[in-house]
Design a protein around this ligand. Sequence first.
Ligand code: FES
Length: 104
Amino acid sequence: MDQPGFKKSLALSNLPDNQSVETEIENMALLLHRRGDQVFATGVYCPHAEVRLDPRNCDGDLIICKAHGYRSNIKTGVCLNEPDLKLNNFPTVIEDGVVWVKMF
Ligand code: FES
């Protein structure tokens, strides 16, 4: 990977399709969501009131916060309950079977 800012994360083979997991890159927690051949990286906190999200609580492309039920799209970050709120999203690249995430 020769693009600036990208950090190595999981091997794609360690992330089954349609699953989301919490991981850490350089001491920063984030969620990785595999959907087919794509992986989306998001922050771990709900955009509503910063409650930590559970990666097991996804329904398709939505992650649902257990605190008040807000649903956010993992691909766009948009919160369906309050469209002005956005989940943090990080660009990803898959190269040679490895997921790379642009953190900053
Ligand atoms: S903190 Fe997540 S829905 Fe309120």
